[in-house]
Design a protein around this ligand. Sequence first.
Ligand code: GLC
Length: 455
Amino acid sequence: MKFRNTLIALVLFQALGVTAQLPVETPEQKAERLQWWTDARLGMFIHWGLYASPARHEWVKKYERISDEEYQKYFDLFNPDLYDPHKWARMAKKAGMKYAVITTKHHEGFCLFDTKYTDYSATNTAYGKDLIKEWVQAFRDEGLGVGFYYSLIDWHHPDYTIDSRHPQSAETDEEYEMLNEGRDMDKYRKYLKDQVRELLTNYGKVDILWLDYSFPGEHGKGRNDWDSENLLQMVRELQPGIIVNDRLDLRNVEGGWDFTTPEQYKVTRWPHRNSVRIPWETCQTFSGSWGYYRDETTWKGNKQLLVLLIESVSKGGNLLLNVGPTARGTFDSRAQERLEGMGEWMQYNSPSIYNCTQAPDEFIRPDNCLLTYNPETRRLYVHLLDYPLKRFYLKGFAGKIKYAQFLHDRSEIHFGSPRKTVTYNEKQESEDIILMLPVVKPDIEIPVIELILHD
Ligand code: GLC
C-alpha cells in the first residue's frame, strides 16, 4: 500500500515536471526486498557480445582503437550456432548459482535483444533471433533469478559523445570538440531510456538491473549524461521489486542504488556507508577478461575460486562469477571445469553459503580459517583452508557449542577442553575448546566444520 502511494506521488511529480523522486524505503523494507538475493550469495555473470569473435577482451574495440567500419565484420559474421541457454542454465545451477546476469548490451553497443531503436542487434545478424528472450526462458525454467546488465556507455551510437573511454578518444579539448560536432547526447539519453524501458517491459519480471558505468570528470560521463535519477525512477516504476547496482553515479542520493560492486578485488571488510554495513556483491572473472579471451592464461584455480566465494560470504557479501561464452555460444572447457569444481564443493557444502553471512564478533576466527554463520539456524561454519593436524583449537568457544560435525558427511567431531599444558594458563583453558579432527583430510577441497551452538 505504502509503495502504491509512493508510486502515485511519483507519477504526479512527473506530470508536474518536477525532478525525479525515488521511492523512499526504511532499511528494513530494503533488506526485505533484497533478501532473496542476499540469501542466494552466488550468481553467474555472462559477458557475451560481438567481442567473442576477436576473442581478445570485451574492450578490444577501445584497446585497438577499432573503427565502426572495421568492427562491422564481427557483426556480419555473428552466428552462434551452438547457443543453447538451457545448457548454460543447467551448468550455472549445478555450480550452485542461484541467479544470473547477462550483458544485454556491452560498451560496443551491440544489442543481444530485439529492439525498436537500432538495427545493431542480434535479430539483424545471421542468427536472426532475440538471444535474451531464449535466455530468460531457459534460466527461469531452471528456477534461477534473472538479471540484465546494460551498458550506459555506447561506442556505436552516433550521438554518444566521444569521451576518454571511447575507441576514438582524443588528446586535446579542441580535438574532442571537433569529434563531437553533430553528436547529440539528448538523443542518446532518450535511446538509453527507451532501451531500458524495452528490457523492463518485454521480458516479464526482471530481478536485477546492472547498469555499467559512470566515470564523471573531464571527458567523462556521470549522472547528468545518463539522466540517472529519471532513468532510475522509470526503472522503479516498471519493476518495483528490482535490485539495482550502484554505477549510475547516484551513490550519494537516497534510493539511488541497492548494492555496491567491488570489481576484481577482495574487500578487506564488509563495506560500510556512514558507518552502516551495506549490501555488496563482488564481480570476478575466471581469467583476466570478461568477454571470451582465447589466449588469456591467467585462470584462477578451483580452490582460489572457492575461497573467493567463502570469503565474500564471511564478510556479508555475494559473488558474481563471470563466464565469457564463445562466438559459437558455448562455455569453453576451462570455464566448464571451474563451474564443475564449484558445483562439486557446493553439492555438499552449500549450507555454509546460502542464507549465511558474517559470523557474530564473539566468535574468533582461527588461523587459516574462514567463518560463516546462518542467523536463522544459528549454525556456525568453520572453513578449513589449510587442513590442521588433529587437535584444532577454537579460542573463546568454551560453553558455546552443543555439537560439532563435518558438513559434507555429517560425521561427528569430538570436542572437549584442552589439557593443561605449559602453553596454556588456567584462564585460557577455561575459555577454549579443542576439536579432534581425523588425521587424514576428508576428500573435499575445503572441508567445513558445522558447529551447532547452544541456544
Ligand atoms: C567494467 C568493464 C566491463 C565489465 C564490468 C563488469 O566496468 O568496463 O568490461 O563489464 O566492469 O563489472
